[in-house]
Design a protein around this ligand. Structure first.
Ligand code: PRX
Length: 677
């Protein structure tokens, strides 16, 4: 029963349930130009042909030394892909394109302020800037192959430049989402053991130039307290040559990159020949406990997977202008703004700011100006654009051939608006389901091959074989009409290799639940638990319902409820904290925070505000609760467990069910009065 109580509060249970929709088909024009039109790809990449089928993806890359073993399972479930191969990600994203495409735009940068023009960085310029900065990282910052460095950067071109410079040296980058607080950044500095922090002085958000440098000071201070000394803070300037933050620079610790770079003019750095399985980067993500986990992605496997999926699912052609409106601080940006598109020699758009700033037509003006024809975003942004400017897309002269939705379930109504208004009825849509851990797409339609179905991500990607288990480990067959725990039967090149420094947690969190034999070296015994609930329709399409664990998906970003609860407990008056997801019409979900105080303290507006502010300081504004409810007591079982299910029902105004078995049933009505007033 206790376990069930937890499961019942999950997103999956609160998720909307919609009916099966009719298919939509791609146009003949789309099919005629697509990169992948051969239906036999599903057969070629069937389980029978696993793992050799992934050679196709590896062959999209340039290897210094070709690999000799496609998949090494000797340390299952920590796998090595393309073993024996030597490769460099920076070389594959830049150098190899120069001979034919040095003059092509690699990155179109769109600053948020309207008066600042677009910047277009060619592959040649990217090559020069990455090399010079790599030389600085090596010679000035003393970074070398295998070191880890933390980046806390906003959406400016210097972010991908920094990532690619690290990759060139074999330095593992760990980019922390720019909107996270200094404290959250510190936790990641400590966990990754970084002694260099790379940041920027400022960036624009909704028309304001924010002082970002202040977060670096907080991060370094907290990291030092926790035992990780940061020797140098490298500060990129939003406006080169000018300092745009008020926070003073610390002598001997903080350096303006643009000043130091002058010493590296013309420097060129030979890319390191990395082993295929050497880590390329860490990406921290929320889990079921308070501590974020560093997902460690490898080099050869990851790059092969994002290159292949960018080519076949994003369907990028040489003359396309591709805009993924995500933040590079999340996995979507790493895989589908930076590594995947650049490895394919695409022109990728980066936008600094808010999609609806200064008005809801902004995104479509950018699309019109740059003649963007592939667009990639999350349901949260689509809902916001739909709410604020439902008729805006029609006012602008752009034409998308292809659109992506990613990060959360998309309601069929919203999908249809996206298709009809944003895509002007012309664009195909791929609903890509995947995770930080998985490096690239798990389920999606193939745009020219499998028809779309609103509200469904689609079948497993070629080479990805999902399976749905019930709670006792029986397989739910296609069309069973029941939700279960979606797992992937086989490993794939893009999957993370481990949790940084915590192999046991990696195995426990993702594999133990359905593992058939913990000593097995056979991948068949280690289904990967995604942590999502899903249903599989008769046609093999998967509809993702949401998380089965204590993770909330807010605006397409993952937040651990435990992470928010731990942040609230930092406030001395707080005795207990419980976070539950509440349905929100734009963000998908929002956290609602319930607090019980220690004896002798009184609830007050100020205290609620302090708790709220503390969460923003500890994690970032993204984790800000809808409301802080200070209650007299938490509804509890007789064994003292907080009944989050009941709190979730109250917040969402749904049925609280039978509460008579609780230790304190009377509190339920009291809380209901307070919240549902
Ligand atoms: O619950 C699923 C949801 O987002 C989670 C992964 O979040 P994160 O690691 O932050 O990565 C987001 C970008 C890949 C998943 O466990 N999710 C992601 N894509 C979809 C989705 N839910 C439904 N439909 C999707 N297309």
């Amino acid at each position: 029963m206790a376990e069930n109580e937890v499961v019942e509060t999950s997103e999956a249970q609160i998720a909307v349930h919609w009916k099966e929709e009719a298919y939509y088909y791609p146009s003949t024009e789309f099919i005629a130009q697509a990169n992948m039109t051969d239906k036999s790809i599903y057969e070629r990449m069937s389980l029978d042909n696993f793992p050799n089928c992934f050679k196709e993806y590896a062959d999209l890359l340039d290897w210094y030394e070709y690999w000799d073993e496609i998949l090494d399972t000797s340390d299952a479930p920590c796998y090595k892909w393309f073993k024996g191969g030597k490769i460099n990600a920076s070389y594959n994203c830049i150098d190899r394109h120069l001979a034919k495409n040095k003059n092509k735009t690699a990155i179109h940068f769109v600053p948020e302020p309207l008066q600042e023009g677009y910047a277009h960085i060619t592959y040649q310029e990217l090559y020069v800037r990455v090399n010079e900065f790599a030389a600085l990282l090596r010679d000035f910052a003393g970074l070398k192959r295998g070191d880890c460095v933390t980046l806390h950067m906003p959406m400016i071109p210097e972010l991908p430049i920094t990532m690619l410079a690290c990759a060139r040296l074999g330095v593992i980058h760990s980019q922390v989402f720019g909107g996270f607080s200094g404290t959250a950044c510190a936790d990641r500095i400590v966990d990754s053991g970084s002694r260099i922090l790379i940041t920027a002085d400022a960036y624009y958000r909704s028309g304001t130039l924010l002082d970002h440098k202040q977060n670096a000071d907080v991060a370094v201070e907290h990291a030092t307290k926790d035992g990780q000394v940061v020797d140098k803070v490298l500060v990129w300037q939003r406006y080169p040559g000018k300092y745009s933050a008020k926070t003073p620079m610390v002598d001997g610790r903080d350096f303006f990159v643009n000043d130091v770079l002058k010493d590296y003019y013309g420097a060129r750095v030979e890319p390191e020949k990395m082993n295929s399985e050497d880590p390329l980067f860490l990406m921290y993500t929320s889990g079921t406990t308070g501590k974020p986990k560093g997902c460690q992605h490898g080099t050869g496997g990851y790059l092969a997977y994002v290159t292949g999926t960018s080519k076949y699912v994003q369907d990028i052609q040489p003359e396309d202008v591709y805009w993924c409106m995500a933040d590079i601080g999340w996995i979507t940006g790493h895989s589908y703004i930076v590594y995947g598109p650049l490895a394919n020699c695409a022109s990728t758009v980066m936008y600094e700011g808010v999609p609806t700033y200064p008005d809801p037509g902004r995104s479509w003006r950018i699309a019109q100006d740059l003649d963007v024809n592939i667009f990639h975003t999350a349901p949260t942004a689509i809902r916001a654009l739909r709410k604020l400017g439902p008729d805006e897309p029609a006012k602008y002269n752009y034409h998308f051939k292809h659109m992506t939705t990613v990060g959360e379930p998309i309601e069929p109504e919203v999908w249809k608006w996206y298709h009809k208004e944003v895509g002007k009825g012309e664009a195909i849509i791929v609903d890509t389901w995947w995770q930080t851990e998985t490096g690239g797409f798990l389920c999606s339609t193939l745009p020219a091959i499998t028809p779309m179905k609103p509200g469904s991500a689609g079948p497993g990607m070629p080479g990805i074989h999902p399976i749905i288990y019930d709670d006792v480990g029986d397989v739910l067959p296609q069309g069973a009409g029941k939700a279960g725990n979606i797992c992937i039967q086989n490993p794939w090149p893009g999957m993370f290799m481990t949790i940084w420094g915590d192999r046991d947690r990696f195995v426990d969190t993702y594999f133990t639940r359905y593992c058939k034999d913990p000593n097995s070296k056979d991948w068949r015994d280690w289904p990967y638990l995604t942590g999502d609930a899903a249903v599989e329709a008769q046609d093999g399409y998967f509809r993702i319902l949401g998380r089965i664990d204590d993770v909330i998906n807010v605006s397409g970003h993952r937040l651990g409820t435990k992470e928010i609860e731990s942040a609230a407990l930092v406030v001395p008056e707080v005795a207990e904290a419980a976070v539950v997801p509440v349905v929100h019409d734009i963000k998908g979900k929002e956290p609602d925070l319930y607090i019980a105080l220690k004896p002798g303290f009184e609830a007050s507006e100020e205290l609620a505000k302090t708790i709220n502010d503390t969460i923003c300081e500890e994690i970032g504004k993204i984790a800000k609760p809808r409301k802080v409810w200070i209650v007299k007591d938490m509804p509890k079982t007789r064994s003292g467990k907080i009944m989050r299910r009941v709190l979730g029902a109250i917040s969402n105004k749904t049925d609280v069910g039978n509460v008579m078995t609780l230790a304190n049933p009377e509190i339920v009505e009291e809380i209901k009065q307070m919240v549902q007033r």
